[in-house]
Each structure stands twice: as structure tokens, then as C-alpha cells.
Design a protein around this ligand. Structure first.
Ligand code: PLP
Length: 431
């Protein structure tokens, strides 16, 4: 698989290099040179396979022979071997595609675990140097990445998160592990955390000294893994309903949406997408006015989407440009906290307990879906991760899944830091 840097098209790398580098020169994102299309017959064959076999085939098709076929299948199996996604009917023409049945209860397990297995394998086959995976999280990436890399040899993980801006249980899930996982509570916003990570990538000395890598969705390996579950969604839908599918994606950094669009470009016949955001609405405003004007990040009850400078947007634009798709056909919208709360209540009346991120996607889907279409909204995290918020809004008691219950009473091991690059740099050089 060949990829080029969106900010410097002369920089071309293969998949192994892209996964190791994370970002290219000038902090540019890597993007596939070829956008192959799988023919309809092959897609139908794929849809008949089980999730892991199908996912291995798709990833092999994308990555090519750079990684031995059996090795790749093995990594996919190890990465995805947990309760698969579920399709839950909400109304006659809307279902929730629940992606939160993995080890850390969010869709990010798919990308993070695939990346961890492949990166660790490539490192063992290479010079086996220490790798430092530096990642910013708005809540769920941290847990997925920490658990995916926990205890792996020669890989240490440093996770930055905005202090007080993620849910208590989200924090407990990844800040209580220790060993090769270090966590830093930054006194600032997620965007500030993300900028610190990017700055580190600009520092050649630091980069080489600590073997810097990133497990944010800037890393293309995560997005490739996420393509696989869009195929699973189709496989779970009755064939007669597959013709007019609209998918509403709760967006923060826009990695999930990018993966869905890549699935469409591979030939999966998704009619359209809705880019759903909370009050951090840089993209909806851009699609409406043509002007890119990020506002300061606002804290909302859908905290994993509190991002006003979404990293993956250049990939979305590049894909539309390359495929000659019309950006005007991309659905979009933003939902306030007030409307999110009401939507959670509405879903409860329909017999479904959800959480704020998915509720945003449901609300926009319901408003924009046409009569002859079938709509999916992505359930990106388990409601129990936002226990207090959901319980307060719905006036219910949510039982804690075991993974959360096990960590809920453990002490936090995080360091505290101001959003200050030289402090972070020193920390990274000293650990
Ligand atoms: C990360 C996350 C999102 C946003 O996904 P992106 O790929 O960053 O757009 C949405 N919902 C939840 C629960 C998340 O953890």
C-alpha cells in the first residue's frame, strides 16, 4: 500500500512506514495513493463471511503483500476477537449500530487494537527500538490505546487528556493501569492536547530520541481497521433494506466518518452520510458557509466530540476531491446539549437507553432521513461510560459493566501539567 503526505505530495511511504511515523513532514496526514474499488460480486461474497474473515480480507486487499497474509490475518483475529458490533432496531426505518462491545466499551477498540498488534509486530521484525506512543484523548481514545498496548514490550504509551473534561469513569479506565502506560492531565482543552502532540512531531531531536509515534486517528492504521465494521453493518442488514442506507456518524476528529467514506469508496453502496456534531460545529458551519472558522472549544455532555479543529477533515476533503464526489451531498448538523438531553428522553420512550454521542447522531438522522431510506446511527460508546450524565437525564440507575466496576475504585496515577510544550518535552525525554 502506497500513501502520500497531504501537505507534501512528494513524500510517499508504504503502510509499514506510515503506521510507524503517524504523521508525515510538516505534520501532514498520510492518504492512500490508490483508491481501489471492489466489484459487486466480490462485495456480496465478502458480506457472507464472518466478521473476522471478512475484515482480514478487506485489510489484506488494502495493505497488499507488505505484511505476510497469515501474519495479517492473525493480527486481525487477535485485535478483533471480542463481542462483535450489534444492530439494534429503534424504529421501522432506523437502527443503532452499536460499536461499543469491545474491551474498553467504545468503537475506538477496533482501530487502537489493530494498530497495537501490527505496530508491535513490525517493531519486533525491525530494530526493536523503544517506541513512545504519544496520544491526545477527548475521553475514549485514551482507554482504547492504553488497554491495547498495555504490557507490550518496547512500547511505552503517554496519553494527554484535558483535566476535568472527561467523565470520571473514562478517566478511571485508563489512568489506573501503570506499567508502560503514563497519563498526563493537561490543564486545558482537547485541542490544546492535540496541538502539544503535533508540536512534539515537529521536534526532530525529540522524535528520534524517544521513537515518537501517535495512536490518534491521524494514524492511518486506525482508520483502515474501522472500514471493516461498516461492511459488518451491511452484513447485518436484510438485503432488501441495503439499497438506500444513510449513516449518521457522531463526529469529533472525523476519523470514524473518514473510515465510512473509505468503505463507500471501496464499493460499499452507502447512499449518504450525515456528519453529526455537538456545539463544536466547525464542520457544519464550514459546509453551510464555505468558511473554516474554528471557535474556542466548548465543553458539552458529549465530551468525546468536544473538538473544534478536527484533524481528519483534510482527509475527507481529499477523498471527495479524488472521487469527484460533491461535498454538498454530505449531510451535516449540530445538536445542542438541550436537544441532546431531549433526544435521550425520546429514545428512552422508544425503549432504548443511549448516551449523548449516539443521541446526537440519532436526532440528525431522524430529521434528515427520507421515507424510502433506511438509517443507521453509530453507537460509539457504552452508556455506562457516561453514567452520571445518563442517570441524571433519564432518572434511572445504570449498572456498571465489569470492566468499569473493576477500575472504579482504583487510585488515579496521572501527572498534572499545564499545556506547556517545554515541560512536556522534558517529561518525555526523562521517562
Ligand atoms: C471518539 C469519539 C467520537 C468521535 O469520533 P471521531 O472519529 O473522532 O470523529 C464520537 N463518540 C465517541 C463516544 C467517541 O469516543
Amino acid at each position: 500500500m502506497k500513501l502520500y503526505n497531504l501537505k507534501d505530495k512528494n513524500e510517499k511511504v508504504n503502510f509499514s512506514k506510515a503506521i510507524k511515523l503517524g504523521l508525515g513532514r510538516k505534520q501532514g496526514l498520510f492518504f492512500p495513493v490508490d483508491l481501489p474499488k471492489i466489484n459487486i460480486k466480490e462485495i456480496e461474497k465478502l458480506l457472507k463471511m464472518d466478521f473476522i474473515t471478512r475484515s482480514s480480507n478487506i485489510l489484506e486487499y488494502l495493505i497488499g503483500d507488505e505484511i505476510d497474509k497469515y501474519e495479517l490475518h492473525n493480527h486481525v483475529k487477535k485485535a478483533f476477537l471480542f463481542s462483535p458490533p450489534k444492530l439494534v432496531k429503534i424504529t421501522n426505518n432506523i437502527a443503532c449500530f452499536e460499536l461499543f462491545h469491545g474491551p474498553t466499551l467504545a468503537f475506538k477498540d477496533f482501530g487502537a487494537r489493530f494498530m497495537a498488534h501490527v505496530l508491535s509486530y513490525l517493531n519486533q521484525n525491525g530494530n526493536n527500538k523503544i517506541i513512545t506512543v504519544l496520544t491526545a484523548t477527548s475521553g475514549d481514545t485514551g482507554a482504547a490505546v492504553a488497554h491495547a498496548f498495555y504490557g507490550m514490550k518496547n512500547i511505552r504509551v503517554v496519553i494527554l487528556y484535558p483535566k476535568g473534561k472527561i467523565s470520571e469513569l473514562q478517566e478511571k479506565l485508563f489512568c489506573t493501569l501503570g506499567k508502560n502506560i503514563k497519563t498526563i492531565a493537561i490543564n486545558g482543552s482537547f485541542d490544546e492536547c492535540q496541538q502539544l502532540v503535533k508540536k512534539c512531531f515537529n521536534d526532530e531531536i525529540l522524535k528520534n530520541n524517544i521513537g515518537l509515534n501517535s495512536a490518534n486517528s491521524i494514524n492511518i492504521s486506525r482508520l483502515l481497521a474501522q472500514i471493516c465494521y461498516y461492511f459488518e453493518a451491511f452484513a447485518l442488514i436484510a438485503p432488501e433494506k441495503r439499497k438506500k442506507i444513510v449513516i449518521s456518524v457522531p463526529c469529533g476528529n472525523f476519523g470514524n466518518l473518514t473510515a465510512g467514506l473509505l468503505a463507500k469508496s471501496l464499493g460499499l453502496s452507502i447512499t449518504s452520510f450525515i456528519a453529526s456534531t455537538n456545539a463544536n460545529d466547525t464542520v457544519p458551519r464550514f459546509l453551510r458557509t464555505g468558511q473554516w472558522k474554528p471557535n474556542p472549544t466548548i465543553s458539552t455532555i458529549s465530551n468525546a466530540m468536544d473538538i473544534s479543529q478536527p484533524n481528519n477533515w483534510p482527509r475527507v476533503e481529499e477523498l471527495f476531491y479524488r472521487k469527484k464526489w460533491d461535498l454538498k451531498k454530505l449531510g451535516f448538523g449540530s445538536v445542542s446539549d438541550y436537544d441532546t438531553k431531549n433526544t435521550l428522553l425520546e429514545l428512552k420512550k422508544l425503549g432504548y437507553i443511549s448516551e449523548p454521542h449516539a443521541a446526537i447522531a440519532y436526532k440528525l438522522l431522524k430529521n434528515q432521513l427520507k421515507d424510502n431510506q433506511f438509517g443507521l446511527f453509530l453507537g460509539t460508546a457504552h452508556p455506562a461510560k457516561f453514567k452520571k450524565t445518563v442517570e441524571n437525564i433519564l432518572d434511572i440507575t445504570l449498572p456498571l459493566p465489569k470492566i468499569l466496576a473493576d477500575r472504579a475504585d482504583l487510585p488515579l496515577l496521572s501527572y498534572n501539567m499545564l499545556p506547556n510544550f517545554s515541560k512536556l518535552r522534558k517529561f518525555l525525554l526523562d521517562i
